[in-house]
Design a protein around this ligand. Structure first.
Ligand SMILES: [Fe+2]
Length: 245
């Protein structure tokens, strides 16, 4: 009875995102037996001798490999990821956070310009970043709707929006605290560095979360936004350095 139960135990090897290979312990014991019985043949095969006897051994070993694969019960399994619910919740939260950060970034640029803290080149660069933030916002909304239409995910858009609102409010408060009563251009640019750094970190995490889902389009969109965010961060650091040199 105990042996029977052991044979029922199986090991899942992750192959792709949702694709697992199942091998049960019973198969593993058969494979080990085959290897031990044919150890001599295996050594001859690995040594690579070319005489006629070894060639016939090599044919034999190919048959053994074939047998091994058939014993492996080699089939792909599409099973649900153990923490799928948790993954979906993480995805909703992180999509909302990046959405909130993009909205806050657009507002921040408008506010810094109205406070006359961004001038000439910095103003032009910041406006360019603002335009791209608007495009990122649209792309993230598209990603959210892709996951919302996906029958396996059924992302809740209202939860994404809830998280976005919360993040936008937090980011606006952080900006006010950081700038204080009488901010100067340097502080304004350093705040943009802070905001872009936050975006890069959030997109890195979002990219990792998207890796848990089998959706190439969503993953490639997030990857492309991450690249642009890394560029934004470099641009802001350069602006902050230029302001003091
Ligand atoms: Fe950005």
């Amino acid at each position: 009875m105990v042996i029977y139960n052991l044979c029922k135990i199986c090991i899942y090897f992750r192959f792709f995102h949702h694709v697992y290979i199942k091998i049960n312990l019973h198969d593993i014991s058969k494979i080990l037996n085959l290897i031990v019985i044919n150890l001599e043949l295996i050594f001859i095969y690995l040594a690579g001798n070319k005489n006629a006897q070894c060639r016939s051994h090599r044919k034999a070993i190919k048959k053994i490999i074939f047998l091994l694969l058939s014993y492996l019960n080699f089939y792909r399994y599409k099973i649900s990821v153990p923490n799928k619910k948790e993954n979906i919740e993480n995805l909703q939260k992180k999509l909302g956070e990046v959405l909130g950060l993009e909205r806050a970034a657009q507002k921040a640029v408008t506010e810094l310009i109205s406070m006359k803290l961004l001038k000439s080149d910095s103003k032009t660069d910041a406006e360019e970043i603002q335009g791209e933030a608007s495009t990122h916002e649209e792309k993230i909304q598209e990603v959210a709707s892709i996951f919302s239409d996906d029958k396996d995910v059924k992302l809740d858009i209202s939860k994404v929006e809830e998280s976005a609102k919360e993040t936008e409010e937090k980011a606006t408060k952080i900006m006010k605290t950081y700038l204080g009563e009488e901010p100067d251009t340097s502080e304004a640019l350093e705040f943009l560095c802070l905001a872009e750094g936050g975006e890069v970190a959030h997109y890195e995490v979002l990219q990792a979360i998207c890796g848990n889902f089998d959706n190439k389009k969503a993953l490639s969109t997030v990857k492309s936004i991450l690249k642009e965010e890394q560029k934004h961060l470099t641009q802001c650091i350069d602006m902050a350095k230029a302001a003091v040199s």
